[in-house]
Design a protein around this ligand. Structure first.
Ligand code: PA5
Length: 478
């Protein structure tokens, strides 16, 4: 593997504790050992399906091999990133969905929480923005804080046909042209190897734009560990070899077909049983501001992968559970009341950190006010960990299913492990549900409706269909 020592890697192992999912903790509200045993064969079959189809482009399972098959690309990315860091003051990702959530998540997880506000010397690289919307106010706000001619724009789109990304591209390329900037200098495309409109655009500009490939068998939401995520991360100075080594390490931990030995399979099986028991909501609650956007990334991974109308046998199943983003401890003061006393319809995933990058001692003070004085002499790390533990415990006492993913610390290696764990968990869950985890017909339908509404050629029929929808009845508008 060539990534630090074996001892170091083992000391950075991400682990999963699912005691609070089980009947031993929750009584009849929990999952019994016999219920877990009852899905053993199905879990083994799901494992077998994923193992047998690893790397298959036609099934969109190329993501499983990303930790292993990118040596040359990684070297090229590191070289390009070095040049970008030297030349540009700003780096902006234009993309949406799977083409944006990974880059923002890794940025938030591994860089200073106020990165853009640091001095150039402390940042060491360009200011970083990800535009994953078409809110005109947001685009105008971006243009207020960057200098386009000093900006490298990484346009990320597999299809090059996503209205949001291509709108951003049209606006930015127009601005660059009007400023007399050579587009090929300030743009990098990450896109499909040969198809897609970004390839056509590049050709029209003489084929000189630096391009990275979003591999054939890798869907948007599984793409963070390919150039989609690796280039922005490298530009930020993130150790991308560490991300991939972490993913490979987790792959090794998920190599057994047994629930008791494979953390991703265990979590998938637990969710599968919980779904059968009517747990329709899945809360992702990291206890770390750095991991806050892991919840955003994960919500897309889980929702787009598992939210499917039909299974492989053609049955209408309307599968999936609704992912909810939450942040510890902040949302203890907004959502946790519902989680503890509301309907028994949720599974809560905590992500806990053993060692935060700083501990932040709490000074002594207010000793004559017991409500405050007891805090002095502790650290903020102790406080956040105590609140995390207390919330998991309180949920367990209230009969609410929850489990914890422990990260020894937040670094590239542990983040790589976390991503791969959650991707594998999602793949196993989809296999257990017997659905196509890797397509997104619902998203594609939304894209087509937008094309129709904005008058794209070839979508006249869709437009007519939308126009012929029943009139919205005025009486229901207040
Ligand atoms: O996960 C997915 O496949 C989607 O969220 C896509 O990433 C998103 O729709 C953007 O598509 P594209 O990369 O083609 O612009």
């Amino acid at each position: 593997m060539g990534y630090k020592t074996k001892e170091w890697r083992n000391s950075m192992r991400v682990t999963v504790d699912y005691n609070y999912m089980m009947a031993k903790s929750l009584g009849e509200k929990g999952i019994s050992d016999s219920q877990l045993r009852a899905v053993k064969d199905e879990a083994e079959k799901a494992f077998g399906y994923v193992a047998a189809n690893r790397g298959r482009d036609d099934l969109y399972m190329g993501w499983t091999e990303l930790p292993y098959n990118q040596t040359e690309i990684v070297d090229d990315i590191i070289k390009t990133a070095k040049a970008v860091r030297k030349k540009f003051k700003y780096f902006v990702v234009l993309g949406i969905g799977g083409s944006a959530l990974g880059p923002i998540m890794a940025f938030n997880a591994l860089k200073h929480l106020h990165y853009n506000e640091l001095s150039q010397k402390l940042r060491g690289g360009p200011k970083f923005y990800v535009e994953d919307n078409v809110d005109p106010v947001r685009m105008a706000a971006l243009l207020d804080v960057i200098e386009p001619e000093k900006t490298c724009f990484n346009v990320i789109s597999k299809s090059g046909a996503t209205s949001e990304t291509m709108t951003q591209y049209l606006i930015i390329s127009d601005i660059l042209k009007n400023k007399g900037v050579d587009l090929t200098e300030n743009l990098i495309f990450t896109t499909d190897a040969s198809r897609g409109n970004l390839i056509k655009i590049d050709k029209s500009l003489g084929g000189k734009i630096k391009k990275y490939v979003l591999p054939d068998g890798v869907g948007g939401r599984f793409s963070e560990l390919c150039p989609v995520g690796l280039l922005p991360a490298a530009v930020l100075g993130i150790d991308i070899k560490g991300l991939l080594a972490g993913a490979a390490y987790m792959d090794g931990l998920c190599s057994k077909p047994s629930i008791s030995k494979n953390p991703a399979l265990a979590l998938a099986a637990l969710h599968y049983i919980a779904m059968q028991q009517g747990k329709n909501i899945h809360v992702m609650m990291p206890y770390s501001d750095n991991l806050k956007l892991v919840a955003d990334w994960y919500c897309q991974l889980w929702a787009e992968s598992l939210g499917k109308a039909q299974d492989y046998s053609g049955n209408t199943v309307n599968a999936g559970t609704t992912p909810v983003k939450s942040l510890g401890v902040t949302d203890q003061h907004s959502q946790v009341q519902l989680y503890i006393e509301g309907p028994y319809d949720k599974v809560i995933t905590f992500i806990s950190v053993d060692h935060y990058a700083v501990k932040m001692p709490i000074p002594h003070g207010c000793e004559d006010i017991p409500d405050v004085g007891f805090l002095g002499g502790h650290t903020m790390q102790e406080l956040i960990q105590a609140e995390n533990k207390a919330t998991a415990y309180a949920l367990m006492r209230a009969g609410r299913m929850n489990y914890t993913i422990y990260m020894p610390e937040i670094n590239a290696f542990t983040l790589g492990q976390l991503m791969y764990l959650l991707e594998m968990q999602t793949a196993y869950a989809g296999a257990l549900l017997n659905i196509n985890t890797f397509n997104q017909p619902g998203v594609e339908n939304g894209k087509k409706a937008t094309f129709a509404l904005l008058g794209k050629k070839g979508y006249e029929e869709k437009k007519a269909e939308i126009d012929s929808a029943p009139e919205i009845d005025g009486k229901y508008i207040v």
